[in-house]
Ligand binder design. Structure first.
Ligand code: ADP
Ligand code: MG
Length: 203
């Protein structure tokens, strides 16, 4: 038996790439950079975002340094495949921003697209504002061929920041917001802030 017969190459060769980290870590910037490079390679690229991320009042994906790109806003993960199937030309690259907002179905959707030969690039928060793994992210990180963890700059220490601290608002799990509601913190300042708020809430 030849090596080829033992390990036949995947007939189409799609992959999953995950870009993750806290708010302001440059996930959207990096996603848009990979998209631009795919466009230079003349590949068809499709950019998707969840409908519930209505920060910019449009269906555009916008980074915190004001780069923007028009996107298709969808409500549920299954809508991603429905949209891809409706296109005349199947995209070589499917990009999903704010992927943490979708339910677990998005993991199957990404795997099916990659199995069908599509390069799938997703970006999302690894942790919620309470420091807990966010929605489908643990599974996406496990299934991905490539993972990029980014860090923001801690607003208190200037060190690499791994946590998104909610500075304003209630305790809903999902609260859409930007610099007015969240700050990026490294571990010690984040832990101090969480303990302080816990005692304040108890008082
Ligand atoms: P993400 O998608 O991870 O929230 P973006 O790609 O939208 O991040 O934004 C990254 C940009 O945010 C940086 O290039 C920088 O201009 C800006 N920025 C604002 N606050 C911070 C911070 N605390 N740390 C790093 N970048 C920040
Ligand atoms: Mg972003």
């Amino acid at each position: 038996m030849t090596a080829y017969e033992r390990h036949p190459p995947h007939p189409v060769g799609g992959t999953i790439e995950v870009i993750t980290g806290p708010m302001f870590s440059g996930k959207t910037e990096e996603l848009l950079r990979r998209m631009r490079r795919a466009a230079i390679a003349k590949q068809a690229v499709c950019l998707i975002k969840p409908l519930r991320d209505d920060r910019h009042g449009t269906t555009d994906v916008v980074s915190h340094d004001a780069r923007r790109q028009s996107a298709i806003a969808v409500e549920r993960a299954e809508d991603i495949e429905r949209h891809i199937d409706s296109l005349d030309r199947r995209p070589e690259v499917v990009v999903v921003d704010e992927v943490q907002f979708f339910d677990l179905e998005v993991v199957d959707v990404c795997n099916r697209m990659a199995d069908a030969g599509i390069r799938v690039i997703v970006a999302g928060l690894d942790l919620d504002y309470l420091g807990r793994p966010f929605g489908p992210m643990p599974l996406l990180l496990a299934h991905a061929e490539y993972v990029t963890k980014l860090h923001a700059i801690c607003s208190r220490t200037g060190r690499p920041a791994h946590f998104s601290h909610r500075v304003e608002g209630g305790d809903d799990h999902v609260q859409i917001g930007g610099a007015e509601s969240y700050e990026a913190l490294s571990r010690d300042p984040y832990n101090e802030a969480v303990v302080r708020e816990h005692h304040r809430d108890e008082a």
